[in-house]
Design a protein around this ligand. Structure first.
Ligand code: GLC
Length: 566
């Protein structure tokens, strides 16, 4: 993308739909395509440009669809291909685009490819997955016999023994999610033709699940075992691995080349560095349009990782976002997000969901959307939905949460109450309870029994109540989206952080020619006296804020102001 000809997605805002929790049209307790169709006007009114659908393909639903058993069918719990076509047409009629989730680091273990591959050592698809003998000197099945010591992202080892052939297969996630072997040319070809099939059907691009994991070091060496953990960290051997750039360029050539539609490709890339992100998103290299990186959502975690929650030090976030803004200022593009189906709710994690729910939800929204990059809204975020008061481990369904709880309390010496406290703040299920549409039973999500219980605060936190309120989170998001659509400076302006060392003030400017936008946010529940009024440019015009006009020299709890001074 050059500054003279910015890509269309620099002005776009993406909305993520997690279909099973969005809206249920047939009363089976599970959201579905009909449910999404019924809410298209709500989404169009919000103003978003792109819908990203989490996986709706045929799947045993072990990881809620991120374990695909048929890439070219819709899972019956969500609907049919005909319903999909109707939905796609409805999205296009409203001037929006539809992006599919592409999960090709792994398949389901029920995918015919894996069933064949597992059937014998001689099967032609044997090499489509990573099969290895037990470690030398160990009998298959013995503790320590795994071919490498890597842990899986969902607890336990990253290897499972298949008794049929006596070999182990690799799974960076659950045993039900075996990793495809991208070294194999036929695997890559099969994935590219599936992608072409969806593009020919009319979809507008892909969000690519853990796409920087595709290339592994084929030697699969052991990793270091972090303190307090049971398994080794294999990530140095598969994060942005040796052939990843080659694979993505090849994919671009095989799938996107020669298509004249305005497509979008987003690479979900845990652990990606700025240097690598630049390579992945340099338009001249034609790999992906933007990265979806994780640094900022890891800052509130201690050395023990995700479940070692410490709370956020704003200075860490300022440093991280500043580095990414600067790092990709000339070349490359980033996604801007604080929520998705894998993250707890932002207003509970980074704001104050009790005393200042509206103010802190809108403050974070404004800070995020005014950065350079493409903003993502996760369903319910635009309503200020909160974390859930889970009371027992039995309330959780997410396999990552449930597996970790079991491992932590049986093998890592964590008490049940400490493990539950960690799940309450960090579990992915916080994001996965049904969208709260109204104060009707089950928040208007379903006429049946929801697959995961609705957050009990739905009687007050819901779309109907929010949109009727003076203080509407939805309306604030609407205004943020419109700001990006209408202002080149929001899309492309130069980013400059101000007051870098201030512990609670998040302040920055965006500049394009003579146009300057200034954002001032008080990331705290206390009043904040602005440090240097000169620096805020005198009395510039308020474009958008989450309070009535106040004193020019102080910000109220969780107040954010977007000012224009040209
Ligand atoms: C990605 C998805 C997550 C899933 C994992 C394995 O991180 O966002 O939900 O569990 O990949 O596919």
């Amino acid at each position: 993308m050059s500054i003279d000809q910015p890509a269309w997605w620099t002005s776009a805002v993406v909305y993520q739909v997690y279909p099973r929790s969005f809206a249920d049209s047939n009363g089976d307790g599970m959201g579905d395509l009909g449910g999404v169709l019924g809410k298209l006007d709500y989404l169009a009114e919000l103003g978003v440009d792109v819908l990203w659908l989490s996986p709706i393909y045929e799947s045993p639903q072990h990881d809620n669809g991120y374990d695909i058993s048929n890439y070219q069918e819709i899972d019956p719990v969500f609907g049919t291909l005909e319903e999909f076509d109707t939905l796609l047409a409805g999205v296009h009629e409203r001037g929006m685009k539809l992006v599919m989730d592409l999960v090709v680091n792994h398949t389901s273990n029920r995918h015919p490819w894996f069933i064949e591959s597992a059937s014998s050592r001689e099967n032609p698809k044997r090499d489509w997955y990573w099969w290895r003998d037990a470690r030398e000197g160990f009998a298959p099945g013995e503790r320590g016999a795994e071919p490498a010591n890597w842990g899986s992202a969902f607890s336990g080892p990253a290897w499972t023994l298949d008794p049929t052939s006596g070999q182990y297969y690799l799974h960076l996630f659950a045993p039900e999610q075996p990793d495809l072997n991208w070294e194999n040319r036929e695997v890559r070809g099969a994935v590219y033709s599936m992608m072409n099939w969806w593009l020919d059907r009319g979809v507008d691009g892909f969000r690519m699940d853990v796409v920087n994991f595709l290339s592994k070091n084929p030697a699969l060496p052991d990793g270091t075992v972090p303190a307090g953990q049971l398994w080794g960290d294999g990530s140095p051997h598969f994060l942005s691995g040796p052939r990843i750039h080659e694979f993505l360029s090849e994919m671009a050539l095989a799938v996107f080349d020669g298509r004249d539609a305005d497509l979008i490709t987003v690479g979900e890339m845990p652990g990606v560095t700025i240097e690598d992100a630049k390579l992945f998103t340099d338009p001249a290299r034609r790999e992906v349009d933007m990265v979806f990186q994780f640094e900022h959502v890891s800052l509130d975690q201690g050395p023990g990782g995700k479940w070692d929650y410490r709370g956020l030090d704003l200075l860490d976030l300022k440093t991280s976002w500043n580095r990414w803004q600067k790092g990709l200022a000339e070349t490359g593009w980033n996604s801007l997000y604080l929520n998705n189906h894998d993250q707890p709710r932002l207003v509970s994690r980074f704001g104050d969901d009790a005393g200042f729910r509206y103010e802190s939800a809108t403050l974070w929204a404004a800070l995020l959307h005014l950065h350079r990059g493409t903003p993502y809204i996760y369903q319910g975020e635009e309503l200020g939905m909160t974390n859930v008061p889970f009371t027992s481990v039995d309330d959780f369904q997410d396999l990552e949460s449930v597996n970790w709880f079991r491992e932590a309390t049986t093998e890592l010496g964590v008490t049940e109450s400490a493990a539950l406290a960690a799940l309450r703040i960090m579990s992915r299920d916080n994001a996965r309870t049904p969208v709260q549409w109204s104060d009707a039973p089950h928040a208007g999500f379903t006429s049946g029994t929801p697959w995961l219980a609705v957050n009990p605060n739905y009687t007050t936190v819901n779309a109907d109540a929010d949109r009727a309120s003076e203080k509407s989170v939805y309306r604030f998001y609407q205004q943020l989206i419109a700001l990006r659509h209408d202002n080149e400076v929001v899309r492309l302006g130069r980013f400059e952080m101000q007051q870098e060392d201030h512990p609670t003030l998040y302040a920055f400017t965006r500049t394009l020619g003579a146009q300057v936008i200034r954002v001032l946010g008080n990331v705290s529940g206390n009043e904040l006296v602005l440090p240097d009024l000169q620096e805020t440019g005198g009395s510039p015009g308020l474009v958008l804020g989450n309070y009535d006009a106040g004193s020019p020299d102080r910000l109220r709890p969780w107040e954010v102001r977007i000012l224009e001074s040209n």
